[in-house]
Write a new protein. Structure first.
Length: 364
């Protein structure tokens, strides 16, 4: 089966179609990770996007039930250079193609992914369409893509629909799920916490009624300004309970404190992004997946200070509140996929919870 990728700038790539037989539209992005394709595909932060994997050989170790970051992947489509037909790994339970068919995700192989990545780096993320109609009117599709308005409800599509608990004997942590990766919950559970996961539109009062020792703001897809109710929720939690934000949660904390966010040209997506922790002077390799960033100029007049920066482009990777126990990072300390260098941030969060308890701070 032949399949085409058509971009809004008129570029066309033709290769072999695999996975689901359906067509799809989406924002075309690239990820530079050498491994972790299963975790990438099941990361809710990719909701509605067509992901290009820059590593040339994909599918060689198959798919297993342990490495999913969500139950139902919400990525729109997948693009690879070369697909492995016969995976080989002791944990493999099915092939990547079989999983994509099962989950209804169309994919494209056999194209020049290096050229595609260079186009995205030059023009920024582009709207694109994967179609099996190789005789389609390309100019008509390009016009449709150029005027298309993609949905902005990604967070509501990937967030849990109802609250649920993972009981533990330690501090109670409420996780606001904006598209949470399973790895985040795993790291909090690993530290013995009593975890409550709540939907994206839960109010601050509802969260405080659960008597949390701390609140974690999860990762998630899309523009943080598309969820103004979440910004309001964070505003109303500040100073009442310790907060830790990750990825989208980082951006929401910034907006709640009066800073601004802007769309990046092509974002950070990969498992090898170097970051400096300004509080310790240490450097870490991090896993990242985001298309928006906090505008450094907007921090003036806020109570936020920069704690981490990206080495490659100097963008903000971490913030801390100067008055309240609230901090955030743009990268993924839980990794999956990627290095686990920055898992210490979960311990820093728990230390904030312990310090708050010792100080006898009460809920407002």
């Amino acid at each position: 089966m032949r399949r085409m990728l058509i971009l809004e700038n008129g570029a066309v790539f033709t290769g072999m179609g695999f996975g689901a037989e359906s067509d799809c539209d989406g924002e075309v992005v690239f990820n530079t990770g050498m491994t972790g394709y299963q975790e990438i595909l099941s990361d809710p932060s990719y909701c509605g996007q067509i992901v290009t994997l820059t590593y040339p050989l994909i599918g060689n170790y198959g798919v297993n039930h342990e490495d999913f970051e969500s139950i139902s992947p919400s990525v729109a489509g997948l693009i690879v250079k070369e697909l492995t037909d016969v995976p080989s790994h002791w944990q493999s339970e099915q092939s990547l193609e079989a999983m994509l068919k099962e989950k209804g995700i169309p994919a494209l192989a056999g194209i020049d992914t290096r050229r595609l990545t260079k186009i995205i780096r030059q023009y920024g993320t582009l709207k694109g369409r994967l179609t099996s109609d190789v005789n389609a009117d390309v100019q008509k599709i390009v016009s449709e893509l150029q005027t298309a308005k993609f949905p902005t409800d990604q967070v509501s599509r990937v967030s849990t629909k109802a609250a649920y608990a993972s009981p533990g004997s330690g501090p109670r942590v409420v996780i606001a799920d904006f598209g949470m990766k399973k790895g985040i919950l795993r790291e909090v559970i690993k530290r013995g916490c009593d975890c409550l996961v709540v939907p994206h539109n839960t109010t601050a009062r509802e969260i405080l009624n659960l008597h949390p020792d701390g609140v974690l703001l999860s990762n998630g897809p899309g523009d943080p300004k598309d969820v103004p109710y979440a910004v309001e929720m964070v505003k109303n939690l500040l100073g009442k309970v310790p907060i830790f934000g990750i990825c989208l949660g980082h951006q929401l904390l910034a907006l709640a404190c009066g800073a601004d966010t802007v769309k990046m040209k092509f974002g950070h997506r990969g498992a090898n992004h170097p970051v400096k922790d300004l509080t310790t002077g240490h450097f870490y390799m991090t896993s990242q997946n985001h298309g928006y960033t906090v505008d450094p100029e907007s921090l003036a007049g806020t109570d936020l200070v920069v704690t981490h920066i990206a080495i490659n482009d100097g963008s903000i990777e971490g913030l801390a509140h100067t008055k309240f126990k609230a901090f955030s990072v743009q990268f993924h300390p839980e990794a999956t996929p990627g290095p686990e260098d920055s898992a210490y941030l979960f311990d820093r969060f728990l230390a904030n919870l312990s310090a708050t308890k010792k100080a006898g701070i009460q809920y407002a």
